[in-house]
Design a protein around this ligand. Sequence first.
Ligand code: DC
Length: 227
Amino acid sequence: MINKKIIIAIDGLSGSGKSSTAKLLAKEMNYKYLDSGAMYRAVTLYIIENSIDYKNLKMLKTILDKIELEFIKDDMSGFYQIHLNNKNVEKKIRSKKVSELVSEISKISIIRKKLVQMQRTIGNKKGIVMEGRDIGTVVFPRAELKIFMKADLDIRAKRRFNEFEKLGKKISLEEVKSNLTDRDNKDSNREDSPLKVTSDSLILDTTLISLEEQIEFIKKEAKKITN
Ligand code: DC
């Protein structure tokens, strides 16, 4: 018997572990993976690299038609990576510059509208893990499984700091912490599609549990629906 394919929506706070969990979960379940944060980051990168005045709405409309985003499976790692106008930008979108501007850019409604449309087109076929801030509330409010991930700020900052250190990026723990706090505030308080927990989400607090435990938890919940 073929198992039913579903949409797994993973939303949550910055640095709560959504990406690592969603990526690995998709790989283990042989599902597609969509990192909506990477899409907002890629648009931000385009705006930075092309010195776009993002406050000029007319200009924004024109550039959105020039932006093509695709998730392509990397043969080496087996993970999906984002491509902006046919270039792999998976690494570039994680820079400090992009991280600092992305919340500002993701507040803009015409950008959200365009990206949500793309996300729905990709996700409609199901069999996908989608992560972000508004997947379970706006993009796919009828997703069969909704997870909301959170963790203590200190733990989230330490994990992010370690990731930066591994990449050889110089940034202090305090700076990482303040960027996370700033993004949490902006993501939760913006007018369009703020980050919030829905009544049908399962809360996954990752402060004290390992990546493997997180995956097991979600797989078990998914099995209850697909079997
Ligand atoms: O998940 P991330 O940290 O890579 O996301 C980058 C930013 O994009 C985050 O600060 C908020 C924004 N974002 C959003 O507004 N909506 C989403 N669905 C995903 C991310």
